[in-house]
Design a protein around this ligand. Sequence first.
Ligand SMILES: Cc1cc2nc3c(=O)[nH]c(=O)nc-3n(C[C@H](O)[C@H](O)[C@H](O)COP(=O)(O)OP(=O)(O)OC[C@H]3O[C@@H](n4cnc5c(N)ncnc54)[C@H](O)[C@@H]3O)c2cc1C
Length: 476
Amino acid sequence: MSIETTVATRRHRVVVIGSGFGGLFACKHLKNADVDVVLISKTSTHLFQPLLYQVATGILSTGEIAPATRLVLRKHRNTQVILGEVRDIDLVNRTVTSHLLNDDTVTSFDSLIVATGTQQSYFGNDHFSTYAPGMKTIDDALELRARILGSFEEAELAKTQEMRDRFMTFVVVGAGPTGVELAGQIAELADHTLEGTFRNIDPRDARVILLEGADAVLKPMGPKLGGIAQRRLEKMGVEIQLDAMVTDVDARGVTVKDKDGSTRRIEAACKVWSAGVQASELGRMLAERSEGTEVDRAGRVIVEPDLTIKGHPNVFVVGDLMAVPGVPGQAQGAIQGATYAAKQIKAELAGKQTPEQRKPFHYFNKGSMATVSRFSAVCQIGKLEFGGFLAWLIWLVLHLYYLIGYRSRIVTVFQWLVTFLGGRNRGQMAATEQWVFARLALEAMYGNEEDGREVQAELGEKPAASAKQPSDRRAG
Ligand SMILES: Cc1cc2nc3c(=O)[nH]c(=O)nc-3n(C[C@H](O)[C@H](O)[C@H](O)COP(=O)(O)OP(=O)(O)OC[C@H]3O[C@@H](n4cnc5c(N)ncnc54)[C@H](O)[C@@H]3O)c2cc1C
């Protein structure tokens, strides 16, 4: 299929790749512009990643944090939404090729905004992913929920103390915001929500271990906030192990190398990986195809001051995929980058400036924050650094503000009231066996040529939006 008409008969077309913060805000800022917008994404939703950990720990359902992009953009009369994984960008002929099932769609563009973000990185040890899923997608969060709850179920039925201990030990790798949030929530789940619900085990005996290769929790946020988060987690019973590098992960646990060079084992059935990111492969493709553009170690595109790639002032790279000094891989970086790109396109179409006259992108740092537990967060706004209940309240309000859609906000507030004020209950504790095994089954199936051929004969080809994703995002 091809989405094309001759340039003379159509409006300026902006193709946006990705439906995360970058992609969605680019579309929002182009809503009333005299352009046609085509948004292409391999997922059908706009995923609010900052609340993924609440899906994983049974507070929110997927619908609240991942509304369908098509519905969000319903009133954008100039915007078409296409589901598909972009596999090729032709900078010379100005086309993007996306893939869905066994169909390729070629879409031509006049301007391009690439916002395909990052995926989990296992630093070259992709086999870790089999036993320690990351926290990047809805699939990850649901798989993790089923793994956490499944571990308690297994512990209840364990025949030996050794097995029980393994099922009752939860290892979170990486003490960045995601690791801190997850460790805190698993501890709360064990201590409050599940307390008194089993007969052979006491969920409060669960060990939650947070492993960090560096020497501090939340290192980028500085020693003060890292210290607050660490103390709060320790008070909740989370064991924090710093300077602890994970060197192997298998079904039964993890191998850890300490600062002094010694190695040791931690037996744990449930592991989570939140230690690193790797940019979408489109970053490398763009760099290779535009002379002189480079990527950094994580594969992020080192963009020009106007967020474009060398020699192509009509191709913007925004969000987590761009590497700009001083801009963190956070929602604000993506939102501001996308807003900037949309403004340049509009100004140039209106004849107000030429690409040469663009002012460089300037990032306005609105601060950063992370929650540790209910009623406790850490917050950095300018030079102000504080933690505790006030930080948690600010976190709450800001996350509600950036959630997309009134319905999501209302339902989320209700779920938070039930969870945070109601004491023990969490509304989303369903989990199925499929959530644990579907990814591994798909990977095994597609890894096995014979089975793969049978499935392809039935389905057409590997579904781009689901089956391709697990192996893809772990390619790091
Ligand atoms: C668990 C977690 C917690 C976080 N917490 C916070 C927080 O508290 N505060 C904060 O500010 N930031 C937080 N972040 C970071 C924030 O979510 C990101 O900075 C932000 O999502 C980046 O937006 P983006 O548009 O660049 O990429 P993303 O939001 O990752 O979106 C990428 C989009 O591209 C699509 N895509 C990828 N490859 C292709 C392809 N080949 N073809 C088509 N489509 C493709 C994806 O489906 C997706 O729609 C968190 C991130 C995670 C993972």
